[in-house]
Design a protein around this ligand. Sequence first.
Ligand SMILES: C[S@@+](CC[C@H](N)C(=O)[O-])C[C@H]1O[C@@H](n2cnc3c(N)ncnc32)[C@H](O)[C@@H]1O
Length: 207
Amino acid sequence: MGRGAIPKNWPSSVPYLSQPSFAPHVTKAQRESLGIRSPDLTTAIPSNFARGPCPLVRIIVISDPSHPANGQAGLFAARHLEPGSLILPYYGLVHSSTPPYSLAHDKSDYDLWLNKEADVAVDAEKAGNEARFVNDYRGVRERPNAEFRQCWDARSGQQCMAVFVLPAGKNAPTKASAGGIAKGAEILVSYGKGFWSKRREEHEETV
Ligand SMILES: C[S@@+](CC[C@H](N)C(=O)[O-])C[C@H]1O[C@@H](n2cnc3c(N)ncnc32)[C@H](O)[C@@H]1O
């Protein structure tokens, strides 16, 4: 795919990113801390990982009334994905989560911590890549088959969030199963109980 390519079914209202975008308020010190690879950051995006639309995934608009996100989009495997393997990075606006930014911007459903110590998060609501379409497993599947993980991007020499297939054992429905994600299956993570309890509280406040 050439430069400037965007994935099929990408929404025209959201700029497509092929690398993170940094908010101007992110300080030099915050950027420097993202450039440090701590020894526990064992997983990496390799230096030859292609930028632009990811051939491993498809964005699909869900038309299944039994799916809790029916009518929205989800991210699906374009081929079998091996247990534990990297699927794609999570790009969005890298921003500080401290005031004044946090006072002027509500945390969106697309906002993930990138580095808590450095107070840096990545929000893919207004711009991002295919990873912004990963749904939560609740109501779709018994358990997640993928996870967001902080990792090292060897291309930029920076910490990054990325989506990985869960390792065998964590995702495998039976001991005999090898796990991984089958071609055509939806890629599903756990947003965490906190995401859904906050959502319930917000809902209760509005009724
Ligand atoms: C990061 S977005 C995921 C992509 C989203 N489906 C879209 O088309 O933009 C998070 C939103 O997806 C929806 N969602 C994801 N997983 C869900 C689930 N298991 N049940 C209900 N809604 C879900 C919720 O509306 C949530 O606020």
